[in-house]
Design a protein around this ligand. Structure first.
Ligand code: SAH
Ligand code: SF4
Length: 399
């Protein structure tokens, strides 16, 4: 991206030691390829390049992956296809459904590794939250994934594969409308695979989802942030602290790229993309949830056109943190609104099946389900809380 020349957004080289490589003489996984990749690949196998377009149409438009059913390919090509291309998807090991309609999928990534993806329904959307890495090295103190150190960066086919597996299991007439890279891992720590996946997701020859429906969330790997504007997708930044002292305490990455550097990069992102940034802010009881923090937060982001998503902390075993009570959450929300911030209080979906933000992990000790009855109202808008409280009171009176 030219816009970052000479700015703080300088490129970083990543070693791909943690990326599993395809075996030689094995068929290439179709879901790892862009249209250009497939054209070049089948050309190298002595086949006509225009066949690539036909195969893409079968797979992404028709969901046909059996070469025998790809009737516009020659008989000879159909016979040769299994030796050069595989259409394997990561097997689904587990599929859980929350009381609120959220669904969580556990995928087998081979070598004993697995990742999770979550589907979150709302009135007019069906959002898929996908993983980019097995574990994460950013070590944010409040995050369950962060406890599981990076085991492997996912390949393109592993990430596209999560989408296709979920897509293939949706009820008739349903479709995924939004994708967020907010599952396991730090997407900008695995940029090659993540941005190739994004190419497959938004391209008309691929999944064909609008770029504006795709969001990359980062803990703030500043030198890689230019890629988000370059791909013309949306940027979310996990801020989680109202100043350097608190942010460094909960997010070690802040010691590498502090809030000043991060917010400069955000400003630059806006300058290039003209797209508002979403700041995510996790409310940790007694640590980031005070009214003074709300004021500092508004000051911190004042030069960046943005919206703030406040996410009450989602519990996980041994975290050492607590979720603030409903009144504290509400007061924080109100303070931000009074200060003129564009703010959204994220309702934590899927907490009962450990599918909410920061609860994804594939360590074995993790419980499968959780009792959330003690904080059922947290995250609901005030009018809904009052409505539910009134209904409850009425029921109690009738008993
Ligand atoms: N690595 C990326 C994306 C995955 S984390 C990132 O950090 O942005 C997705 C979001 O979940 C982040 O905003 C993160 O701050 C938030 N999060 C992590 N642990 C959480 C927890 N226990 N409760 C609530 N939100 C959490
Ligand atoms: Fe990694 Fe994001 Fe969790 Fe931090 S919050 S440990 S960056 S997944």
């Amino acid at each position: 991206m030219e816009a970052n020349a000479g700015s703080i957004l300088a490129p970083v080289n990543y070693s791909d030691d943690n990326v599993a490589k395809p075996l030689e003489n094995q068929p290439v996984n179709f879901y790892s390829l862009t249209l250009e990749d497939l054209k070049a690949y089948i050309k190298s196998k002595g086949k006509e390049q225009f066949r690539a377009q036909q195969i893409f149409k079968w797979v992404y438009e028709q969901r046909v992956t059996d070469p025998e059913q790809m009737t516009n390919l020659s008989k000879e090509f159909r016979q040769d296809l299994p030796a050069i291309l595989s259409f394997e998807l990561p097997p689904v090991l587990q599929h859980l459904k929350s009381v609120d309609g959220t669904q969580k999928f556990l995928f087998d990534m081979k070598d004993g590794m697995s990742v999770e993806a979550v589907v979150i329904p709302s009135e007019d959307r069906l959002t898929l939250c996908i993983s980019s890495e097995v574990g994460c090295n950013m070590a944010c103190k409040f995050c369950f994934t962060g406890k599981q150190k990076l085991k492997r960066r996912l390949r393109t086919e592993d990430i596209v594969g999560q989408f296709m597996q979920v897509h293939d299991r949706l009820a008739e007439g349903q479709r995924i409308t939004n994708i967020v890279f907010m599952g396991m891992g730090e997407p900008l720590d695995n940029p090659e695979a993540v941005f190739k996946t994004i190419d497959v997701i938004h391209s008309p020859w691929g999944i064909n989802l609008s770029r504006k429906k795709i969001t990359v969330s980062t803990s703030g790997i500043v030198p890689e942030m230019w890629r988000v504007a370059d791909a013309k997708v949306r940027l979310a930044v996990s801020l989680n602290g109202p100043n350097d002292e608190i942010r460094s305490q909960v997010m070690p990455i802040n010691k590498r790229w502090d809030t000043k550097t991060l917010l400069e990069a955000c400003k630059e992102h806006y300058r290039v993309s003209k797209d508002k940034i979403t700041f995510e802010y996790v409310l940790l009881k007694g640590i980031t949830d005070q009214l003074e923090h709300a004021r500092q937060l508004v000051k911190l982001v004042k030069d960046v056109p943005c919206k703030i998503n406040i996410i009450p902390f989602n519990e996980h075993p041994g975290s050492g943190y607590e979720r603030p009570d409903d009144d504290t959450i509400q007061a924080f929300h109100t303070e931000l609104m009074n200060l003129g911030a564009h703010v959204l209080l994220r309702r934590s979906m899927g907490r009962d099946i450990f599918a909410a933000c920061g609860q994804l992990t594939t360590v074995k000790e993790r419980p499968q389900t959780m009792d959330i009855s003690n904080s059922r109202l947290a995250g609901l808008p005030k009018y809904k809380r009052e409505l539910l409280a009134a209904q409850e009171a009425e029921q109690n009176n009738q008993q």
